[in-house]
Design a protein around this ligand. Structure first.
Ligand SMILES: [Zn+2]
Length: 242
């Protein structure tokens, strides 16, 4: 983890430093607020996430998010959405949706997606999934928790302070996948790429967890993909994901 002193080190791009300083101060204020008012953090922990600042990547993220919003049920309110880059503590956490039209995407994934086509599809997969959670209103709905020994915790996210984080159920995760695939198809992105991403997870022995079972997600994606019209890849095969 970067030492606090490094945040104050002067660099050539002072605007970036000031932005980091603002993020740092906001997090310190939020941590203080949590100490005196814990309920505030359990309601709205987004202020405690390790938000990263990078103008180029933020613009890229917002642009890609806007493409998906345009084909979503919330196409009429894109201005209400905010997209954030986050340096999640656990590296396999790629995105997060807490409701309120705030979408959080891994800084590292976004950085790679900016220059590497393979990662761009994984990035679009993640972004569509998180937007789908928001559009479907999952954060504000009650649901049966899925028992999950590998649940994501506040410290996995890098949350600062005593914030509480609740995982979505498997039902919600699969619903978000299905909705996200609809968005992909409306844009014209080949759903076989989505399938290839999940197949790649399995090939790497990444089985997911109880709420994100890779095999079930793959089965659903194949079902959705097979039932839809899709653009033909130039060589008849889905491009590789990485
Ligand atoms: Zn999800």
């Amino acid at each position: 983890m970067k030492p606090v002193a490094a945040i104050f080190r002067l660099r050539e791009d002072q605007a970036v430093e000031m932005s980091k300083l603002r993020v740092f101060m906001r997090r310190m204020f939020a941590a203080w607020l949590c100490l005196i008012l814990p309920s505030a953090c359990s309601v709205n922990p987004r202020f405690l996430l390790p938000i990263a600042s990078d103008q180029k990547l933020e613009a890229f993220l917002a642009e890609e998010g806007a493409r998906l919003l345009l084909v979503s049920e919330n196409a009429h309110i894109p201005m209400r959405y905010n997209f954030y880059l986050v340096k999640f503590a656990r590296e396999d956490i790629l995105g997060l949706s807490l409701g309120g039209h705030d979408i959080f995407i891994s800084y590292e994934l976004t950085r790679r997606a900016y220059t590497q086509q393979g990662y761009r599809w994984l990035f679009r997969h993640t972004l569509a999934h998180e937007i789908a959670h928001d559009v479907l209103g999952h954060a504000g709905m009650t649901h049966e928790p899925t028992f999950n020994a590998n649940s994501i915790t506040g410290s996995d996210l890098g949350l600062l302070g005593p914030a509480v984080f609740y995982n979505y159920s498997r039902t919600f995760e699969l619903a978000a996948d299905r909705k996200a695939l609809e968005y992909w198809q409306r844009i014209g992105w080949d759903c076989r790429i989505w399938i290839a991403i999940l197949e790649n997870f399995l090939a790497q022995n990444y089985l997911g967890d109880a709420a994100h079972p890779t095999e079930e997600r793959l089965r659903q994606a194949i079902e959705v993909c097979n039932s839809a019209d899709r653009p033909a890849a130039a060589d008849g095969r889905a491009p590789l994901t990485n």
